[in-house]
Design a protein around this ligand. Structure first.
Ligand code: 13P
Length: 295
């Protein structure tokens, strides 16, 4: 798979657009994601959380993305999303070693539950491990805390001021760790809740100003954020945006509809509406992110 991931983010920086990260756990969702990106000539990031990866299989998703990359002719980044989210059994970074062996070309190490010092220490080790394997592998660190999970929730998600990423600390973090990308807490949250996220655009601008070209900025929790806020975030320096919940909702809704309204039992006949539903979400996001015609 494409190992020049740094160049892709460099191009996004130069072009002032954001590359979409779309999470998936089945081949059908991946078909919808990559098919759309290929049609729109957009560089694309397919991602698996730890749960999604455990379901589809690390080696399996790598091979699938490799096959699509050859066929579609667009660069595909395969990112391991939120690795070590709960900071459990982190000691020898076995999970990351296994993902690199399987062929992932991008790692997101989530040390956001750790103290600043431990987050720096572990993130730095992850960067070293990845660069040893291949300098082209792109590594994302996370600073600040993001509440919520990739689901639709009735609960109010509280974003406390202490969760937010501090611009000066962001510079210290990227300098000390050498990460290629930095995920930030700027009013965003995972999932869709009844109250919309309100991004702190000014903070995004300040973080960008502080870190300069040391790393590219990443916005997690891309579902449920109004398009005009996303556009403003990109204008202030966001270069990668993660989307999961909206894809899950679209896939599930379309599948439920087809299974309850037709007697269809043939998978290759009942999956296409769900794949199309994923494709429509991806198309909308790529349009807002401005990444089309850049691959
Ligand atoms: P959403 O589920 O809110 O789209 O967030 C996805 C995400 O940030 C994955 O890392």
């Amino acid at each position: 798979m494409n190992l020049n991931t740094k160049k892709l983010f460099h191009d996004a920086e130069a072009g002032g657009y954001a590359i979409g990260q779309f999470n998936a756990s089945t081949a059908d969702q991946i078909k919808g994601i990559i098919g759309t990106a290929a049609r729109m000539r957009a560089p694309v990031i397919v991602a698996t959380s730890e749960g999604e990866c455990a379901f589809i299989g690390a080696r399996q998703v790598v091979k699938l993305c490799e096959a699509y990359e050859e066929e579609a002719g667009i660069p595909i980044i395969l990112n391991a999303d939120h690795t070590y989210k709960d900071a459990e059994k982190i000691e020898n970074l076995d999970k990351i070693k296994a993902l690199l062996t399987a062929g992932y070309n991008s790692i997101h190490f989530d040390g956001s539950v750790l103290s600043f010092e431990d987050n720096v220490r572990w993130t730095k080790q992850v960067v070293e491990l990845c660069k040893e394997k291949d300098p082209g592998i792109s590594v994302e660190g996370e600073l600040g805390f993001l509440p919520g999970a990739s689901e639709v929730s009735e609960k109010k998600v509280e974003i406390k001021p202490e969760y937010l990423t501090d611009p000066a600390q962001a510079l210290e973090f990227v300098r000390a760790t050498g990460v290629d990308r930095l995920a930030v807490s700027v009013g965003n949250s995972h999932g869709i809740s009844f109250q919309e996220d309100r991004l702190d655009i000014e903070r995004i601008g300040k973080i960008k100003e502080a870190i300069g070209d040391h790393a590219v900025l990443v916005l997690h929790g891309g579902s449920g954020i109004p398009d005009e806020q996303i556009r403003a975030a990109i204008a202030h320096g966001i270069r990668k945006i993660n989307v999961n919940t909206e894809l899950r909702v679209a896939f599930h809704g379309a599948l439920k509809e087809v299974l309850t309204t037709t007697p269809q039992t043939t998978p290759y006949k009942f999956f296409p509406p769900a794949i199309d539903a994923v494709a429509r979400v991806v198309e909308g996001k790529i349009t807002v992110f401005g990444s089309g015609m850049h691959a």
